[in-house]
Design a protein around this ligand. Structure first.
Ligand code: ATP
Ligand code: MG
Length: 149
């Protein structure tokens, strides 16, 4: 996967998420960075499709975290909004999520700056919104992710 991907339309962001989602394994941590409306939730919809999990992806703002049950790949998706968790992802463990984080792929919106504490191996996907509304995604791999993307 290239370090930087240009995403002219929403559908492109979804397809990019799908290709990322197909690569995700149990225990993976992906942090989505970028301002309000950058496309973090849209990207997560693609990731969910690539992982083959069930349940509609929507903004987790009012639920803190949502578990999408595993499909054929056997890996559930945990979709988190760290903004509402007040940046304290230690709380994730206290949410009584009906899944084992080690057995799931975890995608965290606004997770940069706190989710790193969950693991030293993580991928940051930074979404920028250009003036012409095109999104540009930049991949920033950390730890073992450096050998993967
Ligand atoms: N190329 C694009 N990629 C993604 N979204 C796009 C694109 N072009 C336009 N959009 C629109 O931008 C919005 C992105 O919203 P989204 O909820 O994914 O942002 P977000 O980063 O999750 O915001 P928040 O920080 O509020 O959670 C959607 O309304 C989508 O239709
Ligand atoms: Mg969002």
């Amino acid at each position: 996967m290239a370090d930087q991907v240009t995403l002219p339309a929403e559908a492109d962001t979804v397809s990019f998420g799908e290709s990322l989602g197909r690569q995700l394994r149990a225990g993976d941590l992906v942090l989505l960075a970028g301002p309000l409306g950058a496309g973090k939730t849209v990207l997560t919809r693609g990731i969910a499709a690539g992982l083959g999990v069930s349940g509609r992806v929507s903004s987790p703002t009012f639920v803190l975290a949502r578990v999408h049950p595993a499909g054929a790949r056997g890996v559930p998706l945990v979709h988190v909004d760290a903004y509402r968790l007040g940046g304290d992802l230690a709380q994730l463990d206290d949410l009584d999520l009906d899944t084992d984080l080690e057995a799931s792929a975890v995608v965290v919106e606004w997770g940069e700056g706190s989710a790193e504490r969950l693991s030293s191996d993580y991928l940051v996907v930074r979404l920028e919104r250009r003036d012409d509304d095109v999104r540009v995604a930049t991949l920033e791999p950390h730890g073992s992710w450096k050998e993967r993307v």
